[in-house]
Design a protein around this ligand. Structure first.
Ligand code: CTP
Length: 396
């Protein structure tokens, strides 16, 4: 953290009493702190305490004539490497989510192009309120980083989530937010989940993919600093936070979404794409015709997204496919690698007795041009972290 500058916005919550300690810890770790105090924050900690510990003046008004001669609020965020809001009250979060700018803190947050980390702190019912849930989801979608809140006894006498994360945890989150990550500046496309191929407005052909492995891979790549375009079919596992999620239903929509997301440095095709779609489906719900004969569904082959991207004009430098097999896993997957033209294949045995499809663990073999590597059975998160690290070796 040496040489870095943190713009620290202190909101009006009782946990602001811990902020002087956080300021000391940030400075001991080698970073400088520019403190900004909201009017409500000043009710819980004093400008004097913050400025003595930060070794710098506290900024608490948008209407400072001397500072505004140099457009002070823009200067403050320009000088910072990271903006931290602690405690981030329900009110501050709502203002941020709405893009409001009535005071110095909210104006800074709207004017900054730096990464922003918030440490929410509020009463448990305020935290659980649908409005705060909405605001939090919006802030995460905007790329805001969060730390906490913790759960436990609160100053208001209640118990539950809403306590500000401890200063030690906030410091760690600051450290992580400042570290560049090997994939910063890289773009990776990840496909995930099943596709649904409609028969009529209420019926479709699908498969058992939960999307868990694809979501874990997207999260692991994000953790290494990559920008991730996450093209997902109707999965049961929600998309991870901090990725650009693009929801699709059919294989053809998935292909179009992947094409729209190009160019990319790497593509990981973890989706279980339906090989066929129904071509004689109906726009209206199909009815029994009384003859006792079921309708004959006619199918056509879907585009093979992996094979297509492997030969695309703007092919990513690294293309990784998956092979879900139920027998002769390595032989089939090795042949699939050649046939589809991708660089690597992550092969797994999806026979029901393995419990892999829909489960939390995976046992994979990584097939590259040099041969097959068996990885031990581990959690899907661990497979994702290992695969992301290998991808970073190639495209970082
Ligand atoms: N895939 C794809 N588009 C398709 C079908 C599959 O992009 N229309 C991708 C999957 O995302 C996966 C890989 O191809 O990365 C292998 O998928 P799999 O279902 O195992 O292979 P199939 O193409 O169905 O081959 P086979 O019929 O031999 O099992």
């Amino acid at each position: 953290m040496q040489g870095k500058r943190i713009l620290l916005i202190v909101g009006g919550g009782i946990s602001a009493y811990k902020i002087p300690q956080l300021v000391r810890m940030i400075r001991s770790a080698g970073a400088a702190v520019t403190p900004v105090l909201t009017a409500a924050g000043a009710q819980f900690t004093t400008p004097m305490t913050l400025s003595v510990l930060a070794g710098e003046p506290v900024h608490d008004t948008l209407w400072d004539r001397n500072a505004e001669a140099e457009i002070g609020h823009i200067q403050l965020s320009r000088r910072a490497d990271l903006v931290v809001v602690a405690p981030a009250t329900a009110d501050l979060m709502a203002r941020m989510a709405q893009g409001m700018s009535g005071d110095l803190a909210s104006t800074l947050l709207l004017a900054t192009d730096k990464r922003v980390l918030i440490a929410p702190a509020m009463n448990v019912r305020m935290w659980d309120h649908p409005a705060t849930r909405r605001n939090l989801a919006q802030l995460k979608a905007d790329g805001i980083l969060t730390v906490g809140p913790d759960s436990g006894d609160m100053a208001c006498g209640e118990h539950g989530p809403g306590r500000m994360a401890e200063p030690e945890a906030i410091l760690e989150a600051i450290r992580a937010a400042l570290s560049p990550g090997p994939l910063r500046g890289r773009h990776v496309i990840v496909t995930s989940g099943p596709t649904h191929e409609p028969i009529d407005p209420v019926r479709y052909v699908a498969n058992r993919s939960s999307g868990a492995q694809g979501a874990a891979i997207a999260a692991a790549l994000r953790d290494l600093g990559a920008r991730v375009s996450f093209v997902t079919g109707p999965a049961t596992v929600p998309p991870p936070e901090g990725v650009e999620a693009i929801a699709v239903e059919t294989a053809r929509q998935m292909r179009d979404a992947v094409e729209a997301a190009l160019p990319a440095d790497a593509a990981v095709m973890a989706a279980a794409v339906a090989d066929w779609r129904v071509v004689n489906g109906s726009k209206q719900k199909m009815k029994k015709d009384g003859s006792g004969r079921p309708p004959a569904l006619e199918m056509a082959e879907n585009p093979d997204i992996l094979a297509w991207i492997s030969t695309a004009a703007d092919r990513p430098r690294l293309v990784v496919g998956f092979a879900a097999e139920t027998q002769d896993v390595v032989a089939h997957a090795t042949a699939k690698r050649t046939r589809k033209g991708c660089d690597w294949i992550v092969a797994n045995d999806v026979s029901p007795e393995t419990g892999i499809m829909g489960g939390t663990e995976n046992a994979v073999t990584l097939i590259t041009h040099t041969g097959a590597e068996d990885w031990p059975r581990m959690s899907k998160d661990a497979v994702a972290a290992r695969l992301a690290a290998r991808i970073a070796e190639v495209i970082a």
